[in-house]
Design a protein around this ligand. Structure first.
Ligand code: SAH
Length: 247
């Protein structure tokens, strides 16, 4: 099955952009995913092809018009009725690997890219749009966010990545950051590769990697660690509960 991405944008020429290169580019040629950029301006109705207007209540910048956005979304939905519709917004739910994995397992995605001050608020409820953020930063447009989200989905599609295990051992896949990597030369500017990685003892290597993964997550991302250990405690108490006689 081909993962179909529809991107609603004022800059369709930005796509596939970097996704036409390397892993994603090869997968696109091979038909593992498909891309349809849709120009939001094509849904404008006046002779100037207007897509934005001044904000109600005053203030700086321009706002994307709800009627034009709705027409573009309705067009995308007709192309792909089953795909979820995501809007890129800084105030959306921060994107996670879990959400990416769920999207990649589905038929595809329709992505709405904002520009200027963003979208007329009424579009979100009016068309069942899921707001997604790529981090606590402000971009000038949703396009780089869409490229980022699609890249994360595409690499998970069947046949896209070389070794099947390289997906499941990655950072965030089990709620932890990944352990550090090394390769030759063994010594570089006085710095060596940890002895254990050269020992050939696979059990020891696995234990070292797990320990580093835990240490690094704790020190670099206490937020992730808290969530990880919370989830572990919960599943442990759930298991104990299930072992009981049942009430
Ligand atoms: N006025 C808005 C920012 C608009 S930035 C605010 O203060 O929240 C213009 C567009 O860039 C947005 O409509 C959105 O599509 C995109 N964008 C900016 N930052 C983003 C982020 N962190 N995640 C996802 N999309 C983002």
């Amino acid at each position: 099955m081909t993962f179909a991405a529809t991107v609603l944008t004022l800059y369709p020429e930005m796509f596939p952009g970097p996704l036409g290169i390397s892993l994603a580019g090869r997968a696109l040629v091979e038909g593992r995913w498909a891309l349809t950029p849709v120009h939001i301006r094509d849904f404008a109705t006046d002779k100037h092809r207007t897509v934005d207007d001044t904000p109600a209540g005053g203030g700086a910048g321009m706002v994307l018009k709800v009627d034009i956005l709705a027409a573009a979304i309705d067009h995308a939905r007709a192309l792909q009725p089953d795909a979820p519709i995501l809007a890129m917004t800084p105030r959306g739910a921060p994107i996670t690997q879990k959400r990416v994995r769920a999207l990649a397992a589905g038929p595809g995605v329709t992505i709405l890219c904002g520009r200027f001050e963003g979208f007329d608020e009424r579009i979100f409820a009016g068309r069942q749009v899921e707001e997604v953020s790529v981090g606590d930063i402000v971009l000038s447009g949703g396009e780089p966010a869409a490229l980022m989200l699609l890249d994360a989905c595409i690499r998970l599609l069947p046949g896209v990545m070389g070794a099947p295990s390289s997906g499941s051992e990655e950072s965030f896949e089990d709620g932890l950051l990944e352990y550090p990597h090394y390769t030759r030369p063994t010594e570089w500017e006085g710095r060596t590769i940890p002895e254990v990685l050269r020992s050939g003892d696979h059990a020891k290597i696995a234990a070292w990697r797990k320990a580093r993964s835990v240490d690094d997550t704790r020190s670099r991302r206490p937020d992730l660690w808290e969530r990880h250990s919370g989830a572990r405690d919960q599943s442990a108490s759930g298991a104990r509960h299930n072992e009981g006689p049942g009430i």
